[in-house]
Design a protein around this ligand. Structure first.
Ligand code: CIR
Length: 252
């Protein structure tokens, strides 16, 4: 969980035209940019060197860069996003990532990076409306030669696996009640969050700190007990588009 680099993409003025199920209204562009800048500043404060890519007006969800790639110390998998409207985003992430890693492009199935949770040499991958078993098999074929294993986890609700479970380091997961009982996670210390706080499950560990969404004091209190600095930031505009903290960057 030690990162020196992150790639972000500035949100486009078209961002309100992206995909969403949230029914929270349209995001305000100015506020979206303010929240994006706070996020970027927070990453920088935590010792990460940031590459900010320009907005892509034709792809209103393209600032959710996490979905188009999975980056490890050895390589970057270029995914095949599950939503057809987002498939074209991958071309624009290849050159920035090629500067840092060998690229492994997926050729089959569907898979969003938001469904991929890495813990050491293991990937837990959500089976969701965006990621299917063919995508998981294609991903596994690319990463297994590097010594990585893959565990598929059916996700009943939520857009992505990482919408409801995130690895906080030190064998600890922040996880919704439904997945807290899943056998795949039995060996972890699990901080279970109640349904009303589920959005804050998308809390991000960066180096020796956490970044968590504003508005969830019960979750803040529990994460605070882990003893690392907690950066609470407003993500209201991203939430309107089903987005959260992890999806706004690729960290490596
Ligand atoms: C989408 O539906 O694809 C975007 N509006 C939100 C993507 C959020 N990504 C993520 O959680 N990894």
């Amino acid at each position: 969980m030690q990162f020196t680099q992150a790639i972000v993409r500035r949100p486009s003025a078209s961002c309100a035209a992206g995909l969403t199920t949230a029914q929270l209204g349209a995001p305000e562009y100015d506020k979206t940019l303010t929240q994006f800048h706070t996020y970027c500043e927070t990453l920088c404060k935590l010792g990460v060197e940031l590459t900010e890519l320009p907005p892509l007006d034709a792809f209103p969800d393209s600032h959710f860069v996490e979905d188009v790639a999975v980056v490890t110390p050895e390589f970057a998998v270029i995914t095949r996003p599950g939503a057809p409207a987002r498939r074209g985003e991958t071309a624009a992430i290849e050159a920035p990532l090629a500067a840092h890693r060998e690229l492994l492009p997926m050729r089959d199935g569907r898979l969003d990076g938001g469904d991929v949770m890495q813990v050491g040499k293991r990937f837990f991958i959500g089976v969701t409306s965006r990621t299917d078993v063919d995508g998981i098999a294609a991903f596994e074929a690319l990463v297994s030669p590097y010594g990585y294993s893959v565990v598929a986890v059916p996700v009943g609700e939520g857009l992505h696996l990482k919408s409801v479970v995130n690895y906080l380091g030190d064998d600890t997961l922040l996880v919704n009640e439904a997945l807290a009982a899943h056998a795949a996670f039995a060996a972890f210390r699990r901080i279970a969050i109640e349904p009303a706080d589920e959005y804050a499950g998308n809390t991000l560990r960066v180096n020796d700190a956490f970044i968590t969404p504003a508005g969830y004091p019960r979750v803040h209190e529990r994460v605070d007990m882990l003893g690392l600095p907690l950066h609470v930031i407003d993500t209201s505009e991203f939430r309107k588009m089903d987005g959260g903290l992890t999806c706004l960057s690729l960290r490596f």
